[in-house]
Ligand binder design. Structure first.
Ligand code: 13P
Length: 248
């Protein structure tokens, strides 16, 4: 399995930020891990052009369930692919919170992504109240069951565990807590998908930065990271790529 360092730019970045992409590619022309950036939709085609001929992959941050039609403001998976994307983040907690996305919708979007040839990065994660109530494994297990489609494979699906309370806060779970959740996700995937589950990449996301990446990547069943704020600067994201490349 090739590990994955994925950056989620969220609603950040204009054309001027493409200089960071060029710097990243120059610094990491051939990392041992896979390298992915998911810019806002407005930058996908330009970023794909900037990354042409390099190992950097480009992804979207959301897609519609349909292929085309009367859905003002929405973007289909096929359109993302056409713009140069090979991945799409789905079910991020910010979309679940800001747009009321539920598991069934995330699952339908993942089906659409698969049909368009995109790899879906499907996100799960508990709120602080859910963790405090001791419901973390129940919540992420139920999100996983509801959001991952039956046709998921190691090639077309990546799972990202992002505790909502760790996103953009500088706080992270303990390494033991990350290990517990990732072990749980792997076990649930194995129950459902059998041996295929061993190859499905499980990313940790939530305040990953150069200073904590190495210890997080040493945790069992952590196959990479989904990085927000620290993915905006080539120096920071590059350091995380370097840490993942150096991990066993
Ligand atoms: P931060 O790395 O900024 O905490 O964001 C994590 C995230 O939500 C990535 O999808």
């Amino acid at each position: 399995m090739k590990k994955l360092a994925a950056g989620n730019w969220k609603m950040n970045g204009t054309a001027a930020a493409l200089a960071e992409v060029k710097a990243l590619i120059d610094a990491y022309p051939d990392p041992a891990c896979e390298m992915l950036l998911c810019p806002p939709a407005t930058l996908i085609a330009q970023m794909a052009w900037a990354a042409r001929g390099s190992v950097l992959k480009i992804g979207g941050q959301d897609c519609h369930t349909g292929t085309s039609g009367a859905h003002t403001g929405d973007i289909s998976a096929a359109m993302l692919a056409d713009a140069g994307a090979s991945y799409v983040i789905l079910g991020h907690s910010e979309r679940r919170a800001d747009h009321g996305e539920r598991d069934a919708l995330v699952r339908a979007k993942a089906e659409a992504a698969r049909a368009a040839g995109l790899t879906a990065v499907i996100c799960v994660g508990e709120t602080e109240a859910e963790r405090d109530a001791g419901r973390t494994l129940e919540v992420v297990g139920s999100q996983l069951a509801g959001s991952v489609p039956d046709g998921a494979t190691a090639a077309n699906a990546v799972i990202a565990y992002e505790p909502v309370w760790a996103i953009g806060t500088g706080r992270t779970p303990t390494l033991a807590e990350i290990a517990e959740v990732h072990g749980h996700l792997r076990a649930r995937l194995a129950e459902r998908f059998g041996p295929e589950a061993a190859g499905m990449r499980l990313l940790y996301g939530g305040s990953v930065k150069p200073s904590n990446a190495t210890e997080i990547f040493a945790v069992a069943n952590v196959d990479g990271a989904l990085v927000g704020g620290a993915s905006l600067k080539a120096a920071d994201f590059g350091a995380i790529v370097g840490a993942l490349s150096a991990a066993d």
